[in-house]
Write a protein that binds this ligand. Sequence first.
Ligand SMILES: Nc1ncnc2c1ncn2[C@@H]1O[C@H](COP(=O)(O)OP(=O)(O)OP(=O)(O)O)[C@@H](O)[C@H]1O
Length: 505
Amino acid sequence: MSETPKASGSLADRITGPAASKLDAATTSFTPGAPNPSNSWADEVASPVGTESKRLEGTLEEAQLDGATAPHAGSGLHDAQYEVEVKLSDIQGDVNSPLFSVSTFEELGINQSILAGLYSMNFKKPSKIQEKALPLLLSNPPTNMIAQSQSGTGKTAAFVITILSRLDYTKPHQPQALCLAPSRELARQIEGVVKSIGQFVPGLTIQAAVPGAVERNAKVQAMVVVGTPGTVMDLIKRRQFDVSNMKVMCLDEADNMLDQQGLGDQCLRVKQMIPRIDQILLFSATFPDTVMRYAQQFSPGANEIKLKRDELTVGGIKQMYMDCPSDEGKYDILASLYGLMTIGSSIIFVKKKDTASQIAARLTQDGHKVVAVHSAFEGAERDSIVEDFRSGKAKVLITTNVLARGIDVSSVSMVINYDIPMKGRSDAEPDPETYLHRIGRTGRFGRVGVSISFVFDRKSFAALSQIAAHYGIDLVKLDQDDWDKTETIVKDVIKSSRAGTNLQS
Ligand SMILES: Nc1ncnc2c1ncn2[C@@H]1O[C@H](COP(=O)(O)OP(=O)(O)OP(=O)(O)O)[C@@H](O)[C@H]1O
């Protein structure tokens, strides 16, 4: 890291000095990007977004504790030796961790061949959601389930084990389980998890139903089908996909699938085209109240495992924000962070496809190595770019909300919200669910990671403040005027994780 942000002084600082978090009654008019001589926009927002430098210290200490790195491995915060081994068994033994469980996979009544798959993936103990959900999921008669658990805590394995336990293995060409996901990348990833967990299950057949995967007129002839709603709907309509014998239907990222106008309609159509389903499973890290009611209709009589709002954030993810000089000025800050982004892998989330492409082009021009993916890319190209990112060939990925959910790449140590996620007409409101899913691309299954959200005006600051208030969290302000300090703070967290490479079981 040698570059320093070109901009001098944050907007908030240029207005009033370090942004204060208390509400200031006297407000003056504000033009985004233009210094306001008398009042900070930050002052005008009742905000839990903390700015005191001493909070940085506290957070770093917490980072070590929450990430379960230093205390278990015995490495101190200022230890020059960054390579710290994270002991997963210790995290899973901590009653407060979402990965905690008292039981073993054997005790959950899982079939031997499925157990063999779990062990070969080095899954030693279930996580909390797996331990709580599996007895309910596997009991007879099959019961519907709505299950919520923090990002990166192993929901996929919970529903995949259920699917594999429900199949009639005497009918290898008969589709019996359907799993739907909101993006082709997530559907492909789930297909991979089914293959891995089911690798020792004799006779198991799996097929993906994403755009381009099933030839026109070809039949879907696998027991487990994982796809995206639009493609699956078309295949059923065209009678390429026989759904007369469906035992399990699972929606991953269910709140997103049911909430979004297009996706929601398609999921409902698919369900209506299936004459009978023994078990309907809805999984997500988030279930806003508005969607929950609809989810309960979609999956009637379901057992429910829910989290409280303040339990939703993952302790291993250190959430920070950067006060940028202007919308345009965000680019310089991003470029300055490049060195930190490549310690592990990073994902930069933007709102628009165009922004993703433009930033990627600019960073490339400036000599950095990055890739971009969004829905305007062709399917095959998307697959190959995401594959490069998974394998570590590409370390910095710029994308839109299309990859905000579900994507599991353990080496991701940093997530940047280049644009604060917004929803509603003309982006009127902040989108706390998307925020949580985006930052959840790091800190997977006990690992440590950093999220940095960029704010630059009153609207973006207020939006981030509301998101922080929604989850009852404090965000740490990174100072662009003290780049060395910023670098140290971020580096300490990222290097303590070396995400993915040193998680010992
Ligand atoms: N019992 C386990 N032991 C060890 N690793 C596990 C276990 N269960 C899951 N994992 C790993 O944890 C990671 C996260 O799991 P998964 O992708 O299922 O999370 P998730 O809860 O679905 O997250 P998200 O809400 O982001 O979709 C994966 O790499 C998975 O292989």
